[in-house]
Design a protein around this ligand. Sequence first.
Ligand SMILES: N[C@@H](CCC(=O)N[C@@H](CS)C(=O)NCC(=O)O)C(=O)O
Length: 201
Amino acid sequence: MKLLQSPTSPYARKVRMVILEKGLTGQVALEQASPMGPEAETIRKANPLGKVPCLIMEDGAALYDSPVICAYLDSLTPSPKLIPDAGPARWTVLRLEALADGIMDASVAIRMEVLRPETERSPQMVAHWRAGITRGLAQLAQEPHLQTPGVDLAHIAAAAAQGYLQFRLSDLFDTALPPALKSWWARTEQRTSVKDTAPPG
Ligand SMILES: N[C@@H](CCC(=O)N[C@@H](CS)C(=O)NCC(=O)O)C(=O)O
């Protein structure tokens, strides 16, 4: 299998963490591909949306986007199980993944806004996204599931979201992360799958 991905994408980091946690490193080749760079056409051929991450499976078919890729990779081996098969725990994990993905969506949107010429930026939209991130982090901090030991897709997605904030929006990381998440992150960033997928400094 081949993963089209970018080292700075939080969604790609989420998938790379899943690969490491599942012990699938030998089965998925990582191919660096930038949606705005020379590889854009390759990405678009696999994913009409032109986004990374995109997984090319053994039969050549493509999977996107990151929740689908993570669910597929989780289905390949029985353990560790990153998405519970059924019951309330399954919906908690998927909801927390969606919450963390939403924090990433708003963070990436702010990053895109910052890259635009200053006269084209919308301070209103940036404020709207920042408020969403702040509410999302406050909710994550209140989730007992996140504090449970072990790792599943909820923990991985939350780590990808917080890692991206630390990387691109350090002021929000410093001010909007509630204490419970700060201590959670301090523990979590020591994990091998988190350390080994950190964006380039
Ligand atoms: N919901 C998608 C989001 C993927 C995404 O937005 N990736 C960004 C990189 S961080 C991208 O490829 N952007 C290019 C574009 O929007 O054209 C997922 O979870 O995979």
